[in-house]
Design a protein around this ligand. Structure first.
Ligand code: PLP
Length: 428
């Protein structure tokens, strides 16, 4: 239902007030200041409507959760159908939806990764993966990458690589180290017989879409093998076609020991995560005690119905290939923008429909995000590198919608440049 102007104003004020009192005053402040005080109302496909009826092209895509767009009809249909039968697990019987979801996952996961544990979020997936590595190796240490992002619960925060989110929460997991992403020699220098696992994103997302050299992951694999350490690849953001392959690890031909997933796995309808691994790892984790790691809500029938529909839809609609082809179009469009504004844009990089525009300063990135918002386009902030604006549209975006996104981004950059020039000339 679209509201009139007075009703929108009232709803916005009430919501900001409730955020201030009951949710998070800081978020209320940031969103109001950036011009997003009207709450969201509904969403479909590549669009989100706010309560005033204003329609935004969504290039944040739920930070990767909306690969299939909002309310994808196949996923919604599957979840609704399941809801007629049963929502959550009894935990007494076996579940066919869980068995089918794990079988389907095994069919798309790389190499001999067959077993999956379904949980509810990315951070839970990472916690499970870290526990697997500890129990199999009996070793204490984890190595992650500087600026890597794996979530904000204690284990995932420990292996993430930005200190600002750790302050005040120490002690975190002991014996965690961080090395520069993309530098295999740096990893070789610190790994030892104490290292349970190396955990890496395949493309660093929150660090600002960092792409490693082509031989990096094969070297990492060798280094892990030589030291008896496991390799955990975090595909929470990059899984299910985002980078133009079903899993980003396929770009590098590397075989991980454990894969973590979430976001697009739930088809943009259910909050879902998973960690998956081999028989060897599963035997160490669940061989002696099948309840060594467990969850009340994870793997519930609604979530599994969403997983099955999401994976099938991704394959049937050729979204992995689509992401590859449209990713090239997006990068080439953004590179043209870079050429036009070289003093503002430092670099454009990406893989599939995961692109980053690195600006000279954090403030420029923030102004461009606000400028995109004024043009009804949503673009993403990067938590671990705020100089980078990320463009992560649903994989179902059309060519013309993508072109619209590129031209709105270009206009927002042009406007930001003009503002900076005007401020500069005022100060002279
Ligand atoms: N791992 C990666 C690579 C992520 O990008 C994220 C979230 O952005 C997470 C883990 C944590 O996922 P969640 O927010 O579902 O806990």
């Amino acid at each position: 239902m679209i509201l009139d102007e007075a009703a929108v104003e009232q709803l916005s004020e009430q919501t900001v007030d409730k955020y201030r009192k009951y949710v998070n005053p800081g978020i209320a402040g940031i969103l109001s200041f950036s011009g997003f005080s009207v709450p969201e109302d509904h969403a479909a496909g590549c669009y989100i409507w706010d309560a005033s009826g204003r329609k935004f092209l969504d290039c944040v895509g739920g930070y990767g959760a909306f690969s299939l767009g909002h309310l994808n009809p196949k996923v919604v249909g599957a979840v609704k159908q399941q809801l007629e039968k049963e929502a959550l697990k009894s935990h007494f019987f076996m579940s066919t939806t869980l068995a089918d979801a794990c079988e389907l996952l095994a069919s798309v996961l790389p190499g001999d990764i067959e077993y999956s544990f379904i949980c509810n979020s990315g951070t839970e997936a990472v916690e499970g993966a870290l526990k697997c590595a500890r129990v199999l190796t009996g070793r204490p240490e984890f190595i992650g990458a500087i600026n890597g992002f794996h979530g904000k619960s204690f284990g995932s925060l420990s292996v993430s690589g930005r200190d600002v989110y750790k302050q005040g929460f120490e002690p975190l997991l002991p014996e965690t180290r961080h090395v520069p992403f993309g530098d295999a020699d740096a990893l070789a220098d610190v790994i030892s017989e104490r290292t349970a696992a190396v955990i890496l994103e395949v493309v660093q997302g929150e660090a600002g879409v960092n792409i490693a050299p082509g031989d990096y992951f094969s070297k990492v694999r060798e280094i892990c093998d030589a030291n008896g350490s496991l390799l955990i690849l975090d595909e929470v953001r990059t899984g299910f076609g985002r980078t133009g392959k079903m899993f980003a690890s396929e770009h590098y031909g590397v075989q991980p020991d454990i894969v973590t997933m979430a976001k697009a796995l739930g088809g943009g309808v259910m909050p879902v995560g998973a960690f998956s691994s081999t028989e060897r790892v599963w035997d160490a984790m669940f061989g002696k005690n099948p309840y060594l790691h467990s969850t009340t809500f994870g793997g519930n029938p609604l979530a599994c119905a969403a997983i099955i529909a999401a994976i099938k839809t991704t394959i049937e609609q050729g979204l992995v290939e689509r992401s590859r082809a449209l990713g090239e179009r997006l990068l080439s469009g953004l590179r043209d923008v870079h050429k036009k504004y070289p003093w503002l844009v430092k670099e454009v990089r990406g893989m599939g429909l995961l692109a980053g525009i690195e600006f000279a300063e954090e403030d420029i990135a923030a102004l461009v995000i606000a400028g995109c918002g004024r043009r009804d386009l949503l673009a993403a902030y990067s938590l671990n590198n705020p100089k980078v604006v990320r463009i992560e549209p649903p994989l179902i975006i059309t060519e013309s919608e993508l072109d619209t996104a590129i031209s709105r981004i270009s206009e927002a950059i042009e406007e930001t440049g003009a503002m900076i020039e005007a401020i500069g000339s005022d100060c002279e």
